[in-house]
Design a protein around this ligand. Structure first.
Ligand code: PXP
Length: 252
């Protein structure tokens, strides 16, 4: 099964900032990483400004906005503060994610059904200034339908459950999660959403997801920044790019 159109790679540089912040230094610099990602074949840069600023800072977002040639996918929680920041910078895309202070990472998708009318109102001004709205959601049909109803252009499917099952050797769960992602990708595309996916993807898990023809973009961060320790950032990203292209097949 070959994909339609080139599959884009968005490189998430949050954890370059995590390493920097561990020492309160000015390096490693996530903006330098973003520039290298560009050289390595990334199609976009993703950065998540968390409410507690544990990795990316306000200043990083400012610098990324002015330094990048690639489109910036600005990940944020649906708060008034974050929307003001997004309206000021007008990134190419805004990806709305759920956020809990106590979590290590974004553990699940946004409960769009529960917050439907609030989210529709929330994203309206961002859409007006030209930001593409992406919603990070679980691969659940009802959530995807709610994403469509609120007027978002993109759904980003959470691949964490599939990746966890793979790395923990739970083969039947891995298969089930992958089948569900396949099914929901096709469904989301059929109702007019652009489909992205991400969270926890590695060299071992990326290819089956990259092969779904409806998926247009993968956003990958933590594994790549870790792998850069061994291979260097450019080589780590270039290898991911190669695996994605291989999975996509000759028709891309
Ligand atoms: N997509 C979204 C919406 C995310 O929140 C994250 C994690 O910040 C990612 C993709 C990337 O996940 P990972 O860092 O595990 O590759």
């Amino acid at each position: 099964m070959y994909g339609k159109g080139k599959l884009r790679l968005g490189v998430n540089i949050d954890h370059v900032a995590t390493v920097r912040n561990a020492r309160g230094s000015s390096y490693p610099d996530p903006v330098r990483a973003a520039k290298l990602a560009e050289d390595a074949g990334a199609d976009g840069i993703t950065a998540h400004l968390r409410e507690d600023r544990r990795h990316i800072s306000d200043r990083d977002i400012e610098r990324l906005t002015s330094a990048l040639d690639l489109p910036l996918n600005f990940e944020m929680a649906a708060t008034a503060e974050m929307r003001d920041i997004a309206l000021r910078h007008r990134p190419h895309a805004v990806c709305i994610v759920p956020e809990k202070r106590e979590e290590k990472t974004t553990e699940g998708g946004l409960d769009v059904m529960r917050e439907e009318s609030g989210l529709a109102d929330y994203i309206a001004p961002l859409r007006e200034v030209g930001c593409r709205i992406s919603i990070f959601a679980a691969a659940d049909r009802r959530q995807i339908e709610a994403v469509k109803r609120i007027g978002a252009e993109v759904v980003e499917l959470h691949t964490g459950a599939y990746c966890d099952a793979h790395h923990e050797g739970r083969e039947s769960d891995r298969k089930r999660e992958l089948e569900n992602l396949r099914h929901i990708s096709a469904y989301a595309h059929s109702i007019g959403l652009e489909v992205h996916a991400g969270h926890g993807l590695t060299y071992d898990t990326v290819m089956p997801v990259a092969a779904f023809p409806e998926v247009m973009e993968l956003n990958i961060g933590h594994f790549l920044i870790g792998e850069a320790i061994y291979l260097g950032l450019v080589a780590a990203i270039a290898k991911m790019r190669r695996l994605m292209d291989e999975a996509r097949g000759p028709a891309h």
